[in-house]
Design a binder for this molecule. Structure first.
Ligand code: MSP
Length: 534
């Protein structure tokens, strides 16, 4: 069977500041989805990167008293370093200041212009630099200081300048038709409805160039104009894999299967981006998945409150996989949720130390104690218990697979934990300690073999979300380093586990965080927040 290609993206992040929890969230989710598809044997192209143009960047450089490219270089590195630390296995990293991107964007511009969808005019209206977005008067509110504020909370300013416009209005009907024919284009459904309502209410032409600052990509043949930063940024998804004057190369995996984004940037991805592509006569992405926003300890995460969570601090308190697990387990992908250290610690203690950690520990300790680290079984026993166990696990692993395909991380993790609980109950029922006491070594081998078989399936299912943990489990149950080269099907099959093998009992996967340690973590966290808000 030919390999299926699977192209997935994160948004490209603004480099006006260092990365925070929100960036980590989308990136961990995309990485997990990409790893899941690699596991299924798909030809994966996972793209992330940084958005390095626009007025916001130019202003940030002024604030930091540095030149813009230096700021971009420094902050882009912070993102790349962080992704390394969190085991993010991207296939490509695009920076919009790269040549391959600049020439690609100019080519898309030319195509849109040749389609007759760009004309020169004057923009006069509101602009929020923080969002790099234009707003109508009707969308704005006044804050306590009497300043006009966009729905995002960003301050707006009035601008009046010559500008090229994109005929967005022309695409209203084509977009609506496209959404109708592709009901899964925007996920979740609530976000789809939001977009439909916005487009149905009427689209106005969009200003796509600015003339009052310099930091960006010049419009071809009219260099006074800088291409609107969202036209520039969205194009990254197609310029990264290679798009220049000769168009999309045959090795370009475009169109992407999924764009993962946050709910605040939905309109750009679900309305503007497909309209640009339609105009440039390029294929449209298959799906835009818009996730929710995290609050932190019940409060909106914001620079002014000083409560933005730096993922590097999290790593000083918790393991990579505990954080990855928490982010994808705590809330359904698509809804908002709260990041609370108490909840994170509770999940580590209950789900990771207790359920998962104990299962591994008790099984391996029994193999060590009763069988001198070695399993040796001949399958001669055909027992109803094991038939039931393997069937139940197989139903749950199919459900896990379906949930991962549907980008339902929380449910797929619940499926894994249902298997863990089946494993713990199986051991309680079979009571290997009694078998050992009665010296029924055939039965004992058989039961512990099935216990390890179940753990091996759990490790296989954890590969996408908790890559280090799955490797460690595999090592401890005595699988070779290349165990995860097996097909997903084989990994989900109990009986792919050899009949004879030696285990390699190691340290507990997730030590329990005791009360005293919990208090010191919580103290350190609040000290950091109060230091920052001073
Ligand atoms: N540069 C644009 C994206 C261009 S893509 C062609 C941008 N960058 S960003 O750095 O501001 O934001 C990136 C992502 O972080 C967005 O998807 C946004 O939703 C996400 N988050 C920012 N704060 C967040 C939370 N508090 N919670 C979850 N995600 C959040 O927008």
């Amino acid at each position: 069977m030919p390999e299926k290609s699977f192209y997935i993206t994160t948004p490209i992040y603004y480099v006006n500041d260092k990365p925070h929890l929100g960036h980590l969230y989308t990136t961990v989710a995309s990485d997990s989805k990409a790893r899941f598809h690699r596991l299924r044997g798909d030809n994966v192209y996972f793209l992330t990167g940084t958005d390095e143009h626009g007025q916001k960047l130019e202003q940030a450089a002024k604030e930091f008293n540095t030149d813009v490219l230096t700021l971009c270089n420094e902050n882009s590195l912070k993102f790349q370093d962080l992704w390394k630390k969190f085991n993010i296995q991207y296939d490509d990293y695009i920076r919009t200041t790269e040549k391959r991107h600049i020439s690609g964007v100019q080519e898309i511009w030319r195509r849109v212009k040749n389609s007759g969808d760009i004309y020169l005019g004057t923009y006069s209206g509101w602009y929020a630099v923080r969002d790099e977005a234009f707003y109508n008067d009707s969308e704005l509110q006044e804050n306590a200081e009497g300043k006009k504020i966009a729905p995002s909370g960003a301050e707006v300013e009035w601008i009046e300048e010559p500008s090229y416009f994109f005929r967005l209005s022309k695409f209203q009907d084509r977009l609506l038709e496209f959404y109708e024919q592709n009901p899964d284009f925007i996920k979740p459904v609530s976000r789809r409805n939001e977009v439909l309502k916005f487009v149905e209410s009427g689209l106005k032409d969009l200003s796509v160039s600015r003339t009052s600052f310099k930091w960006g990509i010049p419009v071809p043949e009219d260099e006074k104009h800088i291409i609107y930063v969202w036209f520039d940024a969205l194009s990254n998804y197609i310029t990264a894999p290679g798009f220049g004057e000769d168009g999309v190369s045959s090795s370009n995996p475009w169109p992407a299967e999924q764009h993962f984004i946050g709910k605040d940037i939905l309109r750009f991805h679900a309305v503007f981006w497909p309209a640009f592509l339609l105009s440039a006569k390029l294929p449209l992405p298959k799906q835009i998945f818009s996730h929710g926003w995290w609050t932190v300890e019940g409060q909106k995460m914001s620079k002014s409150l000083g409560n933005a969570v730096d993922p590097n601090w999290l790593l000083e308190e918790y393991s990579i996989d505990a954080i990855r697990y928490f982010l994808l387990r705590e809330i359904p992908f698509g809804l908002d949720g709260d990041f609370s250290h108490k909840n994170l610690i509770e999940r580590i203690n209950a789900d990771l130390a207790n359920d998962l950690g104990n299962l591994l520990n008790r099984v391996l300790n029994m193999i060590k104690k009763y069988l001198k680290n070695e399993i040796n079984t001949d399958f001669s026993i055909d027992d109803e218990e094991e038939k039931k166990l393997t069937q139940e696990v197989s139903i749950l692993s199919s459900s896990y697979e379906k949930n991962m395909l549907e980008t339902n991380f929380q449910e797929s993790l619940k499926d894994i934990w249902r298997i863990i609980s089946l494993g713990n109950k199986y051991i309680d029922r079979m009571a290997p300690w009694t078998l050992a006491k009665e010296k029924r070594f055939n039965d004992l081998n058989f039961v512990l073999y099935h216990s390890v078989g179940l753990i091996r399936i759990v490790a296989g299912m954890l590969i996408p979300i908790m890559p280090d943990t799955s490797k460690e489990i595999a090592k401890q149950i005595g699988l070779g380093a290349d165990w995860n080269n097996s097909s997903f099907e084989d990994l989900m099959n109990f009986y792919e586990l050899p009949k004879k093998f030696k285990i390699d009992l190691g340290c507990p996967l997730f030590p329990k965080i005791e009360e005293e340690e919990q208090n010191s973590i919580l103290n350190r966290v609040s000290e950091r927040i109060s230091d920052k808000s001073k």
